[in-house]
Ligand binder design. Sequence first.
Ligand code: PGA
Length: 251
Amino acid sequence: MRRKVIAGNWKMNMLPDEAIKFIDDLAPLVKDVDAEVIICAPYTDLFYCLNYAQDTNIHIGAQNMHYEEKGAFTGEVSPQMLKAIGVEYVIIGHSERRQYYNETDETVNKKLKAAFEVGLKPIVCVGESLEQREAGKAEEIITNQTRLALDGLTNDQVKATIIAYEPIWAIGTGKTATSEDANNAIKAIRAEVARIYGEEVAEEIIIQYGGSVKSSNAKELFTTSDIDGGLVGGASLKPDEFSKIVRYNEQ
Ligand code: PGA
């Protein structure tokens, strides 16, 4: 039985004082939940979040990193830097990074390997555009992205990877994939993992859904056969709303 993993992706939001207040407010609301609760914060909030989440069940992640350890990469942050301050998770290959910052399947793969080298847990994003979906190519796009992202990882590393299926047309638009469509897309991703790494790995790997997840649709999405939780953007900015998503099974 796979555990649910529910991660907030704050994107470029939250000043340190807001981040601290958020963690303080969220902690009592999600105490003792079964799901793994993760907040992926901007770099400038990470240290504060880590400190304030210390004695809670809230885990902290970054939203990106470089794949190199160090060097002349002005403005970049390395996996080692994140690890050194105690960050546990890192989002890799979010569609906004693929779209605005030239992330490719190749850099995504390098970043996944770099994350495992230092012991960061990756949340790797895959997802099709509306155009690709309408052309009937969604499954091909997401299975390809999955294969290329995981290329060269060991079975244990694949098991420890979290995949977030995020159809681009559902991100920040209020349009959610139907739970049936999302579950089918995730089944296709799991089947691709099974084809390459075997059934055992595919049964264990956590695959989330992301794209306009909110408290009113979380239960329907997360109680399907294959959706193992969510990557939540806009609805992760309010402790009360985010806690209801984490407590989807009580809605
Ligand atoms: P959204 O974003 O929940 O605001 O649609 C999800 C994401 O981009 O991870």
